[in-house]
Design a protein around this ligand. Sequence first.
Ligand code: IDP
Ligand code: MG
Length: 138
Amino acid sequence: MSVEKTLALIKPDAVERGLQGEIIGRILKKGFRILAMKQLLLTRHQAEAFYREHEARPFFSPLCEYMTSGPIIAFALEKENGIADWRELMGATNPADAAEGTIRKDLAVDIEKNSVHGSDSPESAHREVPFFFNRLEY
Ligand code: IDP
Ligand code: MG
């Protein structure tokens, strides 16, 4: 295992419900270092670029609508085995399938409004961290 950087997002549904502190607490308790963190509102163009891998999926347009519906918080996280460990802490995409004690099981609304994002591979992390942060920030 090696030390990995990964991108985490707190999505609009969780920011709107004031769950920032709860989620950041879980991130720190799990042993992640927060290298960088910021709140922002994505434009439609930025949301479409970020989720371009899902362009052909039926949920793409509503997903981009939702992701621009309010502020999000982006994090560059670092930890040994960080990519998989953050995915594990998040839980499955559909909160109905997520394991007990995961963020999505405990906090998410539904399969779309599932409160958090995490890079799913080293390749994704290498694309997604610089999507949100410049080289001076992490
Ligand atoms: P992930 O966030 O667990 O990596 P992905 O398959 O990459 O899941 O999907 C990206 C996001 O698109 C999900 O987090 C969720 O917000 C949304 N999404 C995925 N599948 C569906 C679906 O079947 N219906 C509605 N929204 C979906
Ligand atoms: Mg994904």
